[in-house]
Design a binder for this molecule. Structure first.
Ligand code: FES
Length: 237
């Protein structure tokens, strides 16, 4: 009877929440502290620099957060190192050898992760705002001025663009589902786009971590500026 009620419970609560796994709890705590901190201590704009976490609005943060959380690159890392499950396709046990049933793509977390392609569409829509923020910082005084902060915002925009353009879901969207390029109109051009995207895709994990580190750095940099640190200067003119 007790076993049956446990099985019933597991159908609704992701199994990761029902296990004693300090890494998982630390991971959740880090997310709550990070996202909660951003919402409680906003840093929208300082001297023409708009914080990328608030671009165009803090309301975008859940969408972008879900896009990152369901990213295949991060999935590999948190499944192996945080959940310790699954370690690889044929692995049915955890790294610490506790027996555990492998539920494949039927688990609740997997179902959420499979929404990744929809979060991709939203993230593509947000991309132009990062470049608009660079533009705003360049003309903050009314005429052109290129400061270190603008360069940092530009680097951040480029790494986020590379991260989004190298997405696995985008690869599937561009041509991964095609069986024959020459059989369709414009197939040749599509194949070229697909090949180009595949090159970016092969570096997706690096872009994922690089863009995450840089966006956190930009937020800290702007908070440092707002706190009065002398860490910005003119580059041009
Ligand atoms: Fe990483 Fe899509 S797979 S962003």
């Amino acid at each position: 009877m007790e076993a049956n009620s446990n099985i019933g419970l597991r159908r609704f609560i992701p199994v990761e929440f029902t296990e004693h796994n300090l890494r998982f709890y630390s991971f959740v705590l880090l997310l709550v502290v990070g996202i909660g901190g951003l919402m409680l201590f906003p840093m929208h704009e300082f001297k023409g620099y708009i914080d990328p976490f608030y671009s165009p609005t803090i309301l975008i943060l859940p969408l972008v957060g879900l896009y990152r959380l369901t990213c295949y690159a991060y999935r590999k890392d948190y499944n192996r190192h945080v959940f310790k499950h699954p370690l690889a396709c044929p692995a049915y046990g955890r790294m610490d050898y506790r027996p555990r049933e492998y539920t494949g793509e039927t688990s609740t977390i997997f179902k959420v992760e499979n929404l990744h392609r929809y979060f991709l569409y939203g993230s593509i829509a947000v991309l132009p705002f990062f470049y608009y923020d660079v533009y705003v910082s360049l003309f903050y005084t009314g005429s052109f001025i290129f400061r270190l902060g603008s360069l940092i915002l530009l680097i951040n925009s480029i790494t986020i663009t590379l991260y989004v353009l190298s997405c696995h879901s985008l690869r599937s969207l561009v041509g991964g589902r095609m069986d024959c390029y020459s059989c369709v109109k414009g197939g040749h051009a599509l194949k070229k786009v697909y090949n180009g995207q595949s090159i970016l895709n092969s570096h997706h994990e690096a872009f994922a971590w690089l863009s995450l580190i840089i966006i956190v750095f930009v937020d800290l940099y702007l908070r440092g500026l707002a706190a009065g640190l002398p860490i910005d200067f003119r580059l041009i003119p």
